[in-house]
Design a protein around this ligand. Sequence first.
Ligand SMILES: NC(=O)c1ccc[n+]([C@@H]2O[C@H](COP(=O)([O-])OP(=O)(O)OC[C@H]3O[C@@H](n4cnc5c(N)ncnc54)[C@H](O)[C@@H]3O)[C@@H](O)[C@H]2O)c1
Length: 394
Amino acid sequence: MSTRIGVGLIGVGWMGRLHARAYRAVSEHYPELDALPVLVSAADEVQANVDEAVQRLGFARGTTDYREVLADPQVDVVSICAPNLLHRELALAAAAAGKPFWIEKPMGRDAGESADIHDAVERTGLVTCVGFNYRNAPAVQKARELIRSGALGRITTVQVRLLADYAADPRGALTWRFLRDRAGSGVLGDLLSHGVDLAQLLVGRVASVTAATETFIPERPRPSGAAASHFSAGAGAPGAVENEDWAAMLVRFGSGALGTFEASRVAVGPRAEYGVEVYGTQGSVRWSFMRLNELEVALGSGRVDQGFTTVMASAGFGDFARFQPGAGTSMGFDDLKTIEAAHFLRSVLTGEQRAPSVADGLATARVVAAAEASAVDGLWHEVPPPVGRTTFDR
Ligand SMILES: NC(=O)c1ccc[n+]([C@@H]2O[C@H](COP(=O)([O-])OP(=O)(O)OC[C@H]3O[C@@H](n4cnc5c(N)ncnc54)[C@H](O)[C@@H]3O)[C@@H](O)[C@H]2O)c1
């Protein structure tokens, strides 16, 4: 008989709704887990979102007080999808309640909060998951396999770009994402953290960093309602944007490879161009979220036919075959979250940390912290070696 796993959700916004869909999809795509996620209780501070969770997402009950979710004996695991300012409070409360949790990135508002979350989990031994969904793309998994097999030779350089336009319109509302006390950093935590996780997954730990940041749109209109998302237009008086719109880093990996990173939330043109390129002495790979199902591969330096070939994801790529029976049939963003949910639930069922853990979240937060410090003093900053149950180095 399937193992029932009672799910609690805190924060019924963009990500909260996606977590709910991902839990619902797991038992179909991962039958061998024999897991039956049951949507038990959802919390949001906005009553309309609570109603949505119960009436449309399938939760048995809802509340405006997250403590009720954590105290619910039928809730076995918790998804933390509230704005960043609540992550530390919610994660520590979930750990104290003994509930394994799946927390959205960035884990804390800064490296100190991320360390607090990591330490609370380590004290309890709970398994966790951090929402670094891009690592689940089957083409990224194939890229990792190729890199680890040695097919690219010695990795020399890595290029990571995360260019989005979600904040390019200055009429966009001054939501929690632009306020330091609610979000922490800006595009560093929001987008570049995904790129750091991808790069560390593919090439290993980032050892030192120098960075620059800029805020190009210093003011935005305040939101008109509590339920504003980062796609809403603002209607209120202008307020100051308190964190960076753009960031770039030059990094040294522990392996000796070098990397360049750029992230923007105000790029006009790229909609969500999140990509990673890895270059080695014998070959290279390139992947972009805009072409989720493709991997560009170049193998064999010095060949007359040298150059990139585009390979469509197929059964040999990560978890592709669990979603599509035929090569070339596209997977989507939601599927990456279903894979993440499956990794999380597998960790819960086996007790073995399989999903990106709070140690991975802390490792990324420390790279971001080094970048923030470098953006202030212009110097290179060392990143402390990862601690705890990281998964990118396994
Ligand atoms: N993994 C990804 O690709 C990805 C993408 C987008 C967002 N995120 C992360 O997900 C988190 C949520 O982002 P979002 O875009 O879903 O935001 P959102 O603003 O759409 O949703 C946040 C929800 O939390 C609710 N909330 C606020 N205070 C609360 C409280 N005290 N108790 C319960 N609910 C409360 C809000 O009412 C809102 O419904 C953030 O940490 C963000 O960085 C990750």
